[in-house]
Design a protein around this ligand. Structure first.
Ligand code: UD1
Ligand code: UDP
Length: 355
């Protein structure tokens, strides 16, 4: 039996590491093949995750697709993945999340009639201007097995006519990684290493094209400079964002950091400002107030539970964070099955249907 896994970007590694680890334990006689598309390739966006996450083996294939337009990137993954899947003919291919590598791999599997499993299925922002939304919808509709981690995902998929038999509510595999590495990141004390007092500072990540590819980034930076006068700011800037930052860059803008350092900074932050999907979820589990600089979220559960506040795509609202923080609600329990065991349930389910 052969199981293949396609990953390409930073959040993919975090979501897939526990799945591969549990699948290898549950099906030790199967061949497990990891394919890295190379969508992310900087050391800080890729290699460091292989070193830190545990469970993520060296890839068996690296496609080196790199950066490009959406069509170029998607097409390159398809062209380079097709011969591999055609030769290996896996009994199941896993794809995580909503990035271009996810959709490209899903299409190749669908065309080759390779059974497909989608991790983090059913999320919807209902915003087709967001490049990930089309990736989510199309990947779900060509997947044979949809692994879900929130109630809204079930509702969204039912509304699109996806039959219940294809859905498996297993929980959040990204949170499995957080739980597995909690001792390591909590003992790291990354805040102190950067001269920051736990609970005092604003951790920032911004990388969505709607924000960072145009003039809104400059507005956001001006507002962050104001906030920095009231509370320390640390902003590990995604390479897409770093490319767009012009002029003098404040010293609190740093390179992207590895997973352990990031989680250490996140857990000890006074608040987080982000437009990341995964970070809205991690802050929910960590009980850290999160402010999301977007008009919508495909993760409404994080808002319902109170840790996440949608600011809108309005950089001027960043100035309100110190005062909004004073009124931040108490930490709620995480959603069901965001418990560190989602990948066990994935492996159990797969062992069931693959016999
Ligand atoms: C991608 C995903 C996004 C996800 C994000 C996670 C799509 C459409 N977008 O966005 O959903 O939230 O990853 O981080 O798939 N770059 C580097 N080094 C790298 C990677 C990228 O310099 O290792 C730069 C390049 O200039 C590149 C730009 O970042 O053009 C954007 O990279 P890309 O992979 O196209 O999209 P992301 O913005 O990373
Ligand atoms: N992350 C990291 N270092 C950073 C920023 C983020 O390790 O400098 C981790 C973060 O903890 C989460 C994942 O990367 O696990 C989220 O990735 P990203 O925000 O790039 O993508 P999204 O979730 O928006 O698709």
């Amino acid at each position: 039996m052969r199981i293949a896994y396609v990953v390409g970007t930073r959040p993919n590694f975090v979501k897939t590491a526990p799945v591969i680890a549990r699948m290898r334990e549950r099906l030790p006689d199967a061949e497990h093949s990891l394919i890295h598309t190379g969508q992310h390739y900087d050391r800080s966006m890729s290699e460091i995750f292989f070193e830190e996450l545990g469970g993520l083996p060296e890839p068996d294939h690296v496609l080196e697709v790199g950066s490009g337009t959406h069509s170029q990137q998607t097409a390159r993954v398809m062209e380079r993945l097709e011969p591999i899947l055609d030769a290996e003919r896996p009994d199941l291919l896993f794809v995580p999340g909503d990035v271009n590598s996810t959709l490209a791999a899903a299409l190749v599997a669908a065309k080759l009639l390779v059974p497909l499993a989608h991790i983090e299925s059913g999320l919807r922002s209902f915003d087709r201007t967001m490049p990930e939304e089309v990736n989510r919808v199309l990947t779900d509709h060509v997947s044979d097995h949809l692994f879900l981690h929130s109630d809204e995902a079930v509702d969204n998929l039912r509304a699109e006519g996806v039959p219940d038999e294809r859905m498996h509510f297993v929980g959040n595999t990204m949170i499995d990684t957080l739980v597995a590495l909690e001792d390591s990141f909590r003992s790291l004390d990354a805040a102190a290493a950067r001269g920051l007092e736990p609970g005092s500072y604003l951790l920032v990540t911004l990388h969505r094209p709607a924000l960072v590819d145009g003039p809104l980034l400059e507005q956001a930076m001006r507002r962050l400079e104001q906030v920095a006068e009231q509370m320390p700011v640390v902003f590990p800037a995604h390479p897409r964002t770093a490319k767009s930052l012009t002029g003098g860059v404040p010293d609190w803008v740093v390179e992207p950091v590895g997973y352990l350092e990031f989680l250490s900074l996140e857990a000890a932050a006074g608040a987080v400002l982000t437009d990341s999907g995964g970070i809205q979820e991690e802050t929910t589990v960590l009980g850290v107030p999160c402010f999301t600089l977007r008009n919508n979220t495909e993760r409404p559960i994080t808002i319902e539970l109170g840790t996440n506040t949608l600011l809108g795509l309005e950089p001027n609202r960043i100035a309100e964070i110190p005062s909004l923080l004073a009124a931040a609600p108490e930490r709620a329990d995480p959603p069901p099955m965001w418990d560190g065991h989602a990948a066990d349930r994935v492996a159990e389910t797969v062992a069931g249907f693959l016999g």
